[in-house]
Design a protein around this ligand. Structure first.
Ligand SMILES: Cc1cc2nc3c(=O)[nH]c(=O)nc-3n(C[C@H](O)[C@H](O)[C@H](O)COP(=O)(O)OP(=O)(O)OC[C@H]3O[C@@H](n4cnc5c(N)ncnc54)[C@H](O)[C@@H]3O)c2cc1C
Length: 162
């Protein structure tokens, strides 16, 4: 199976009437505020920001969570009259599942694959979900999919929009 799923920014960004990148994401300042609007911040997939190494902050969940935390700190700093700080993305590594009981793990030098990687991926995915309820729901859902061989939990169904 070859899957090429593009990710487009929410049309919400266009309504802000601020500079956007090619993918429709807001070109935020290093502190994640919107240029010309120091009290407006953008986090996650909708924010386009280059890291100090010149690479863009990736559109992944850990980056979105870290941005959210940074914005909380920046709002507090604004209220306290403290200088704003640039956002720094901490990349803890990459995990990807590539099949049933198969995954790859790359933790900046520590690389492994197969079942141990899949178990690690599973534990990490559950651990980093936000909230106990979400963890329980996802665990039950994935366990059901695993034992029943039904993939409904992962398949995205919908019509293409022209
Ligand atoms: C198929 C797929 C697989 C992925 N797999 C991974 C993975 O394995 N690991 C990983 O780290 N990341 C993965 N990602 C990326 C990850 O999902 C995103 O980076 C992350 O969800 C970004 O968080 P966010 O809060 O910026 O956006 P989202 O999680 O997309 O949340 C944005 C929310 O805003 C809502 N919204 C949009 N417009 C409006 C509006 N006008 N008014 C009100 N609400 C609005 C949306 O409905 C949505 O709920 C995957 C993404 C996709 C599409």
């Amino acid at each position: 199976m070859l899957w090429a799923a593009g990710v487009a920014a929410s049309p919400l960004a266009q309504s802000l009437r601020v500079p956007l990148d090619r993918a429709g994401r807001v070109l935020v300042k290093p502190d994640l505020s919107v240029p010309g609007h120091p009290r407006v911040f953008v986090a996650g997939d909708l924010a386009a920001l280059l890291q100090s190494n010149g690479k863009p902050v990736p559109g992944v969940a850990p980056a979105a969570k870290q941005m959210g935390k940074h914005i909380t700190r920046m709002i507090r700093a604004q209220l306290a009259g403290i200088a704003m700080q640039p956002f720094r993305y901490h990349d803890f590594g990459n995990l990807a599942t590539i099949g049933r009981r198969a995954a790859i793990v790359d933790l900046h030098g520590l690389r492994f694959s197969g079942f141990p990687a899949w178990a690690f991926w599973l534990a990490a995915r559950i651990f980093f979900l936000i909230g106990f309820r979400n963890r329980m729901v996802v665990m039950i859902d994935w366990a059901r999919s695993y034992w029943s061989y039904q993939r409904s939990a992962r398949i995205i169904l919908g019509r293409c929009q022209d």
